[in-house]
Design a protein around this ligand. Structure first.
Ligand SMILES: [Zn+2]
Length: 253
C-alpha cells in the first residue's frame, strides 16, 4: 500500500510550481527551488544521500549511475526524504531506491514521493488510458516519464488502465508483490519459491528469458486460487536486475 501522505507532499510541489507535464522542470531545478543543492559525486555503498542542517541541504546522487532516469529517480527519492521527514542525513542503497527491498517504511515512502512527483497520478492515468497493456507500452511509458522500466511498471500496477500485478523475487524466492485492486486474484504468497512453470524461474537457473511478455500457465503464480483452471494463462513480463540476482515480474490477463 502506498503512502498517501508522501504522495500528497509530491502533489504539493507539483501544485506550488504549477508543473503541468513530466520533465517541465528538471529534478535539479525542483531541488534548487526547495532550497537544496544538487550535486553528483562518487559514492561507495550507496547511490544517493541527503544532508540537511535545518536551513540548507544537499542532495547527492552517484555519478556512476549509468542511466539519466536512475539519477533523476534517485534525486527525487532523496527529495522525498527531505519533504516527508525533514531528515538530517540519509544515505540510500540501490536496493532501497529501486524497490528491490521493501523492508523500510521510510524508504517506501520516499519512493512513493518520487513516483508521484515524476509520474503524477493525473498525468499517468491520462497517458496510459486507451493503450493496450503490453511490454512495449510499458517501455514507452518509462521513456515518456523518464523513469526506469521497473518504476513505470510498479506505477502501472498501482494506477494503470488494465489490472496488473508486479512481483519482486530474489534468489529464487518471492520477496513482495503489489496487485492492482481490480486484478482478479489478490493473493501471492511471499517467501515462496518461484514456480518452475514461470520464466522468472528460468532467470534464476541462468537461462535466457524472453525480453517481451509471454504467456505462462496461471497456476505458475496462483496455484492456491480456486478461481484458476489448469488451462488458464497469464502474461508474464520480466525485468531482471542481474547484479542483485533479483527480477521484477509483471503479470496481466
Ligand atoms: Zn532512501
Amino acid at each position: 500500500m502506498s503512502d498517501p501522505l508522501a504522495a500528497a507532499y509530491a502533489r504539493k510541489v507539483i501544485e506550488e510550481y504549477c508543473i503541468k507535464y513530466p520533465g517541465q522542470y528538471s529534478i535539479q531545478q525542483i531541488i534548487n527551488a526547495r532550497g537544496l543543492t544538487y550535486r553528483e559525486a562518487l559514492l561507495s555503498g550507496s547511490i544517493g544521500n541527503i544532508i540537511f542542517n535545518g536551513t540548507s541541504g544537499t542532495v547527492t546522487v552517484s555519478s556512476s549511475l549509468g542511466e539519466t532516469s536512475q539519477k533523476v529517480f534517485t534525486a527525487a527519492h532523496e527529495l522525498g526524504h527531505f519533504e516527508n521527514e525533514k531528515i538530517k542525513f540519509k544515505s540510500c542503497s540501490f536496493e532501497e531506491v529501486s524497490g528491490l527491498s521493501r523492508t523500510s517504511p521510510r524508504e517506501m515512502s520516499a519512493n512513493d514521493f518520487a513516483a508521484e512527483l515524476l509520474m503524477h497520478e493525473k498525468w499517468f492515468v491520462e497517458y496510459v488510458r486507451g493503450k493496450k497493456l503490453e511490454s512495449r507500452m510499458l517501455k514507452e511509458t518509462a521513456n515518456y516519464f523518464n523513469v526506469s522500466l521497473s518504476a513505470a511498471s510498479i506505477r502501472y500496477a498501482e494506477i494503470g488502465a488494465h489490472p496488473a500485478a508486479v512481483i519482486m523475487s530474489k534468489d529464487g524466492l518471492v520477496k513482495w508483490s503489489s496487485i492492482n485492486k481490480s486484478f482478479p486474484i489478490q493473493f501471492i504468497r511471499w517467501g515462496e519459491k518461484v514456480s518452475d512453470l514461470s520464466y522468472t524461474s528460468d532467470f534464476f537457473k541462468g537461462d535466457t528469458i524472453p525480453s517481451e511478455a509471454e504467456d505462462v500457465p496461471a497456476r505458475a503464480w496462483f496455484k492456491e486460487s480456486f478461481y484458476i483452471k489448469d488451462s488458464d494463462r497469464v502474461f508474464e513480463f520480466n525485468i531482471p536486475f542481474k547484479n542483485y540476482n533479483s527480477i521484477l515480474t509483471v503479470l496481466y490477463f
